[in-house]
Design a protein around this ligand. Structure first.
Ligand code: HEM
Length: 470
């Protein structure tokens, strides 16, 4: 065997139980602590030696916690061995929940290549560039009606703003049918990641699992009805139309199962990460008055055109630094489809592996003072996708990268030109992983017409354990 690196430490018994428990409670904190204690790779092995069933996660199959460019590269480039874990809850065979969970991220081989190619067409640079001025218009119109002078949950406004942009520009502007799909898919994802639906997998009217199965069935019906309305109406800019009007990899017309697998997940992927990231960007800017002043100076007098907005270096740096310090997808979960090796060491089939973007994005060699929000660092660094783990890497990287960067910049420019965001004094701001890194509750703010009078507010909550505020 070609041993390329020292064998990763393996925790067993009580140490494994403790690490598993910490991971379940707060995966970000757990991965950070493990990185500090053991380095870029640690194996949480058998907690209880007599539990041998390979499907008993954390007890039967090892869980590998990994971070850093080398491991990201090795795992993400080997997508046939390391298969993604769905971000939607699964369900029994032949259930709607199972079909919804078998989305693009779980597809493999020919099927994956086929659907990835189909959905990538409207996300190519020339297509996204063509959407730019509509994006600016939508953002400015939506932001114009936001209330000033009263406490609001900014997260809710940003959720609606990004949902509007995504549905209008990528799903045929079908708000009546598209919004409920976005909302239902989001709710289902929350159920999986809050643990409620998955902890007690009994399908009864009163259990969270039973509710999630019924919600999945409703969501599937709505997605199919939406897609069927577009069968025969080909629109190369509308992802629903693309899916329903394209033959499957075997040349057959798109089936109901194909629609269920594709549409709800796509709706969520096109908006969820941008929503959470924009919310964090507003918090970070509001709590860093120097940065706020610099961005406002840069925006002042700039024409409200997409070309002008996309060429602003400070805005670009603020967006990149926001996603470095609070990566919207903080963990990438994988399962070994077959026996394999990692760092030259054998890994059994069924092993779970988690790559931590959160830890990778704070490796001090590349990001000195990693816990500080310092957009200026982007003037001198140009990390690879594996060093800046925000949009994934390898054959499963994010095909929506260009669209996402445009939404982030256009929306921030619209918000910051119109308003000064003041975080409500004393607000408690906690994070949670669901599976995006989101505020756990509301983001309480007061918006003021932009007057440049920036001042940080005293805040509480566990977000302060992730960021060293000035
Ligand atoms: C800030 C915004 C976004 C971030 C941070 C982000 C991040 C990511 C990451 C990390 C992955 C890989 C997940 C993994 O390997 O486990 C991914 C996959 C994906 N993203 Fe994004 N994304 C964003 C926005 C978007 C947008 C706007 C779209 C579509 C317009 C999109 C569509 C997708 C799709 C379809 C995949 C699955 C690719 C595949 O499995 O082949 N994403 N994204």
């Amino acid at each position: 065997m070609n041993i390329a690196a020292p064998r990763p430490p393996e925790l067993t018994g009580l140490a494994a139980l403790r690490a598993g428990w910490q991971f379940a409670r707060d995966p970000i904190r757990a991965m950070r602590l493990n990185y500090e204690a053991y380095g870029p790779c640690v194996v949480i092995g058998k907690a209880l030696p007599f539990v041998l069933h390979p499907k008993v996660v954390l007890l039967g199959a090892p869980l590998i916690l990994a971070a850093g460019a080398a491991l990201n590269r090795e795992v993400l480039n080997n997508a046939t061995t390391w298969r993604s874990v769905s971000f939607l809850p699964g369900g029994p065979r032949n259930s709607a929940a199972r079909r919804l969970s078998e989305n693009l991220t779980r597809m493999t081989a020919r099927r994956h290549a086929h659907y990835r190619k189909l959905i990538s067409a409207p996300l190519h640079k020339h297509s996204v560039d063509a959407l730019g001025n509509d994006m600016v218009r939508l953002a400015q119109e939506a932001v114009a009606s936001w209330p000033t002078g009263a406490a609001i949950d900014l997260g809710q406004y940003i959720y609606r703003l990004v949902r509007l942009i995504a549905i209008d520009l990528l799903f045929g502007a079908d708000r009546t049918l598209g919004y409920p799909i976005a909302d239902m898919t989001n709710q289902l994802m929350e159920r999986k990641w809050s643990g409620s639906a998955m902890a007690f997998k009994v399908n009864l009217p009163m259990t969270a699992y039973g509710r999630s199965l019924r919600e999945a069935a409703t969501l599937e019906r709505c997605a199919i009805a939406w897609a069927e309305k577009k069968r025969g109406q080909v629109d190369p800019r509308d992802l629903v139309s693309i899916i329903v009007n394209s033959p499957d990899p075997d040349g057959n017309p798109a089936s109901a199962a194909t629609i269920a697998r594709s549409i709800p997940a796509l709706v969520t992927m096109t908006s969820e990460a941008c929503q959470t990231s924009l919310t964090w960007a507003c918090l970070l800017i509001a709590q860093h008055p120097r940065v706020a002043r610099e961005v406002l100076d840069e925006l002042t007098g700039v024409a409200p055109s997409v070309e002008a907005i996309m060429s602003l270096p400070r805005l670009d740096a603020v967006v990149k630094e926001t996603m470095r310090i609070l990566p919207p997808v903080p963990l990438q979960m994988r399962v070994a489809e077959r026996e394999t090796v990692l760092l030259g060491w054998p890994v059994p089939k069924g092993a779970r592996l988690v790559l931590s973007a959160f830890v990778t994005n704070r490796v001090p060699d590349l990001y000195p003072e990693a816990d500080r929000f310092l957009p200026e660092r982007w003037a001198t660094i140009n990390p690879t996708a594996f060093e800046y783990q925000v949009f994934g890497g390898g054959p499963r990287n994010c095909p929506g990268y260009l669209f996402a960067m445009k939404v982030m910049k256009v929306a921030l420019a619209a918000m910051l030109t119109a308003y000064r965001v003041e975080i409500s004094a004393g607000a408690r701001i906690d994070y949670r992983v669901q599976p995006t890194l989101r505020p756990a509750g509301s983001m309480p703010v007061v918006l003021h017409r932009q007057d440049g009078a920036f001042a940080a507010a005293p805040i509480r909550g566990n977000i302060r354990s992730l960021i060293r505020f000035p």
